[in-house]
Design a protein around this ligand. Sequence first.
Ligand code: ADP
Length: 164
Amino acid sequence: MRTAVYPGSFDPITLGHLDIVERGARLFDHLIVAVLVNLRKEPLFEVEERIAMATESVSHLPNVSVDHFPGLLVHYLRSKQARVIIRGLRAVSDFETELQLASMNKELMPDCETIFIPTEHQFSYLSSSIVKEIARHGGTVDRFVPERVKTRLESRYREESPGR
Ligand code: ADP
């Protein structure tokens, strides 16, 4: 069975991520969306909530599951007997960091491969941070995230500024 792992912060999962999940899932027997637990910067959503949103968003895909991992991605890959990492590429600006990550993961685990899936052009400007920024200021995020993620974003920011 060919298993691939799509790691990320998913704070929160967007339609851009989901597009990569759907396309990745067509290439492998099993795709694991792996939510990174310890983020360098403070996430908006706790890991449980990021997992819940990802799980709700991929429920229509039978060969996709959602999991989380605390530390090094290569340790997680080994524990799942997986060798393939999926990452999405939006712009040239993603490339530098992504190449660095892929090279380091290869150094740490020589038999792993990173596969890059290019974004669909309508998602090329989409990121979790920009979506959070729009929602924080009361803008509409319908076109950028799954419905349930939109609801959670709205209620999160309503808690922060109850007057809105
Ligand atoms: P990280 O903090 O590890 O970059 P993200 O959740 O921001 O985690 O992203 C996970 C992966 O999804 C990365 O490979 C990122 O480039 C990719 N990605 C994020 N947004 C999009 C998008 N709109 N289209 C395609 N790929 C995307």
